[in-house]
Write a protein that binds this ligand. Structure first.
Ligand code: PMP
Length: 366
């Protein structure tokens, strides 16, 4: 069976070179005589993998020295609770910008611990969440312990086109679906978190990048596994970490460094996204209803305007080796997730398919 172009929103494609290296090292890693899956997390081999993963990530993202990198578990959804548990002060106030389903879920989880205010929402846009709210400092409560955003909205295909100015209030960003897709100025954020299964590794590890001064204030009831201080003190080895995921993450980070880092990754991602958006803008068969300035480089949502045709599109595309193009159940239509490891040729094939599908399936109203 040939490998396909997998447009899944996550887990998603990994670099072929990484899969091949992992395959070559599967039975015997280095001189260890065993697979990374079988080795003790306290062994020198694994400790080296972990240290190398961290140092490559620091290099890639240019992470300042006053930030700690943690490899945690439980996915991004677990961070929806970990963030308030660790960052609330005695005010217990947190402001959320709601720009899609995941930021809404994050706010709902935080309500268990905090007085949560929705500082801004694009839920009332038409269609809902087709844009990202514009904010200014005055939208945030001066005593908020942090402001939370979701930087790329996987389901709706939008992305923050600016970094909100929160003054002295720590800014927390869920970057699950855009981490490592382009350079970001880490120093503008107090905390960045991301589940791995889009641009980093298989599902199972969650990256947390946190400014040192925010570590050490966890609420007493915080589970040990969610306490950033405990995780930081133990170099993410408070318990057995997801060793295999961290190993693949290290390979992916090294692959990114080998191609020229995040500037090069951005160039490739822009080229892919432009190919698709330029086509969408050049015709009338498909519609893309996201505010242009907020278009995601990672998730591209489009519609034929007819649910039956959308279903036919996804089915026939899959048969042609273009898999997982069905839109999220809450939005419908199609979603092409073109993360870091989707090759340019995959997007070329998709655009060719879209053109042919439009020819073969004329809409009566047009
Ligand atoms: N945030 C964003 C932006 C996501 O795309 C996802 C998952 N698709 C999540 C959070 C939830 O992640 P997890 O499944 O790792 O909990």
């Amino acid at each position: 069976m040939e490998r396909v172009y997998n447009f899944s929103a996550g887990p998603s494609m990994l670099p072929l070179e990484v899969l091949e290296k992992a395959q070559a090292e599967m039975l015997c890693y280095g001189e260890s005589g065993m697979s990374v899956m079988e080795m003790s997390h306290r062994s020198k081999d694994f400790m080296d993998i972990l240290a190398s993963a961290e140092s490559s990530l620091r290099k890639l993202m240019n992470i300042p020295d006053n930030y700690k990198v943690l490899f945690m578990q439980g996915g991004a959804s677990t961070q929806f609770a970990a963030v308030p548990l660790n960052l609330l002060s005695e005010h217990k106030c947190a402001d959320y910008i709601v720009s899609g389903q995941f930021s809404k879920k994050a706010a709902t989880e935080a309500k268990k611990y905090a007085d949560v205010a929705i500082a801004a929402s694009s839920g009332g846009a038409s269609p809902a969440f087709s844009t990202v709210p514009e904010t200014t400092r005055s939208d945030f409560r001066p005593d908020a312990d942090y402001v939370h955003i979701c930087f790329n909205n996987t389901i709706y295909g939008t992305k923050f086109h600016y970094i909100p100015d929160t003054g002295n209030i720590p800014l927390v960003a869920d970057m699950s679906s855009c981490i490592l897709s382009e350079p970001v100025d880490v120093s503008k954020f107090a905390l960045i978190y991301a589940g791995a299964q889009k641009n980093v590794a298989p599902a199972g590890v969650t990256i947390v990048i946190i400014r040192n001064d925010l570590i050490g204030n966890a609420a007493p009831e915080t589970p040990a596994m969610l306490d950033y201080k405990l995780m930081a003190e133990n170099d993410s080895m408070y318990n057995t970490p997801p060793c295999w995921c961290i190993y693949i993450a290290k390979l992916v980070f090294d692959w990114l460094l080998s191609i020229g880092g995040l500037e090069e990754m951005k160039r490739r991602n822009e080229k892919k996204a432009s190919l698709l958006y330029d086509y969408l803008d050049s015709q009338q068969y498909y519609t893309a209803n996201v505010d242009r300035k907020c278009r995601s480089m990672m998730n591209v949502v489009f519609f034929t305007g007819d649910a039956d045709l959308d279903a036919k599109f996804a089915k026939e595309a899959a048969a042609a080796g273009l898999k997982n193009l069905k839109g999220h159940r809450s939005v419908g239509g199609m979603r092409a997730s073109i993360y870091n490891c989707m090759p340019y040729e995959g997007v070329e094939k998709l655009v060719e398919f879209m053109k042919q599908f439009a020819k073969d399936n004329p809409k009566l109203a047009l």
